[in-house]
Write a protein that binds this ligand. Structure first.
Ligand code: NCD
Length: 358
C-alpha cells in the first residue's frame, strides 16, 4: 500500500490536480518571496544516477527557494551504489533521512520500484527512456503562459520519439485535453512507441506521422524539438545513422506561423540552429525557467496534500515471467515482484509498460 504523494507517471494525479499545480506555479512565479519559508525544516533528497543540468538544479533551486534543505548525489559512483548496493537499500535508507525524494535513473520502471520501498514521497525525474512527468508539468505551464491554453492545439513533436521520455509523458498528458492534434515527425526507426500511440487512439486524439519538419511546420501552434538520445541506442552505428537528421533552422522558421512557439526540453545538440534563439517564438529558455517554478509548486503540493492510500501495484504477479524489455528495472533488481496488467492474454509490465504476449 502506498500512502505518499508519489509522482511516477502523470496519471498519478487527475487533470484538475495538474491544473492546480500549474496555477500554484503561476502564483509563485508572480510573487516568489511569499513562498520563501514554506518548506523550512524539510529535506529533499536528489538521487541522480544519470547526468542532468536543468532537472536536478531546478529541483534543488526550487527547494532552496522554498526555504528547505538538500541531500543527495549526482554521481552514484560516489555513493554505496559503487559498492554494489541495490536500489531498494539505497532508497529505503535515504527516504528515512528525507521528506521527499527526487530520483533520475537509467532503468525503465525504476521510479515505481523506488516508490515500492520508500518511506517518503517519490518523484520521478526520468526513468530511462520511459517517462519524465515533471518535464511535462514544465511544458504544460509553458504552453499556458505562452499560448494561454492547453486544448485546441496542433502540436508537432520532432526527433527521437522512441527514446525521448519527455515526449512520452507530454503526449499522454496533452491527449487528455479536448481537440489537441499531434503531428509526429521522426524517422521510422525513432517512431513513437506503440503503447503511447494506443493511448492516443484510446482517447480519440487525431495524429499523423511524417518524416520531415517541412511537411508539418506551416500550421502548428507548437513545435517540440528533441535531442537524439545517444545513450539509449544499442550501438553507436545505429545512433550515427539517426544523428543530425533534423535541424530547425532560421530558414525553416520562415514557413511557421507568426504565433507558433518552439519548445525543447534541452539539452540541445544540433537540432535547433543557434540563430533561432533570437526569434521571439523560441520559447525553450523561458520553458527551462518555468521548470523551477513548477517544481516549487510540485514540492509544496506534495508536502502539504493529504495522501490518498492506494496500492502501487494493481496487476497480477507472475514471478516466473521475465519482462522482455532488457532495460526494465526488474531485470537487475531481482527482488521486485513481477507485476503485469493482463488484457486478454497480453501482459503489460507495471514498471516499464512493455507488452508481453503469453
Ligand atoms: C531531457 C531528459 O533528461 O529526458 N532533459 C530534461 O530533463 N530537461 C531531455 C534530454 O535529455 O534530451
Amino acid at each position: 500500500m502506498d500512502n505518499y504523494n508519489n509522482l511516477i507517471d502523470m496519471n498519478d494525479y487527475t487533470v484538475p490536480q495538474w491544473l492546480e499545480i500549474i496555477e500554484l506555479a503561476e502564483k509563485i512565479k508572480a510573487s516568489p518571496a511569499e513562498y520563501s519559508e514554506k518548506c523550512r525544516g524539510k529535506i529533499m533528497a536528489t538521487l541522480f544516477y544519470e547526468p542532468s543540468t536543468r532537472t536536478q538544479m531546478s529541483f534543488q533551486a526550487a527547494m532552496l527557494r522554498l526555504g528547505g534543505s538538500l541531500i543527495g548525489f549526482d554521481n552514484p559512483s560516489n555513493s554505496s551504489v559503487a559498492k554494489g548496493e541495490n536500489l531498494k537499500d539505497t532508497i529505503k535508507i535515504v527516504s528515512t533521512y528525507s521528506d521527499i525524494l527526487v530520483m533520475r535513473h537509467t532503468q525503465e520502471g525504476s521510479a515505481k520500484a523506488a516508490a515500492l520501498c520508500a518511506d517518503c514521497h517519490v518523484i520521478n525525474a526520468g526513468d530511462g527512456g520511459h517517462l519524465h512527468p515533471t518535464q511535462t508539468l514544465t511544458d504544460l505551464l509553458t504552453l499556458k503562459c505562452e499560448l494561454g491554453r492547453l486544448d485546441n492545439l496542433k502540436i508537432g513533436l520532432c526527433g527521437d520519439l522512441k527514446y525521448g521520455r519527455t515526449v512520452h509523458s507530454l503526449v499522454k498528458a496533452l491527449s487528455c485535453f479536448p481537440n489537441n492534434k499531434f503531428v509526429l515527425i521522426s524517422t521510422p526507426a525513432l517512431a513513437l512507441p506503440g503503447y503511447i500511440k494506443d493511448v492516443l487512439k484510446g482517447r480519440g486524439a487525431e495524429f499523423t506521422e511524417v518524416n520531415t519538419i517541412d511537411e508539418a511546420i506551416r500550421d502548428l501552434d507548437m513545435l517540440y524539438m528533441t535531442r537524439i538520445q545517444r545513450e539509449r541506442f544499442d550501438s553507436d552505428e545505429e545512433y550515427l545513422r539517426q544523428r543530425d537528421v533534423y535541424c530547425l533552422t532560421k530558414a525553416k522558421m520562415e514557413y511557421a506561423r507568426r504565433d507558433m512557439i518552439v519548445m525543447h526540453p534541452l539539452p540541445r545538440v544540433n537540432e535547433i540552429e543557434v540563430a533561432v534563439d533570437d526569434d521571439p517564438r523560441a520559447a525553450y529558455f523561458r520553458q527551462a525557467n518555468n521548470g523551477m517554478y513548477v517544481r516549487m509548486a510540485l514540492i509544496l503540493y506534495t508536502l502539504t496534500r493529504q495522501p490518498k492510500v492506494r496500492p502501487l501495484l494493481t496487476g497480477e504477479i507472475h514471478n516466473d515471467v521475465e519482462c522482455t524489455n532488457p532495460k526494465c528495472v526488474t531485470r537487475t533488481e531481482k527482488y521486485l515482484p513481477h507485476s503485469y496488467i493482463n488484457h486478454g492474454g497480453i501482459l503489460t509490465c507495471e514498471y516499464c509498460d512493455e507488452r508481453i504476449l503469453l
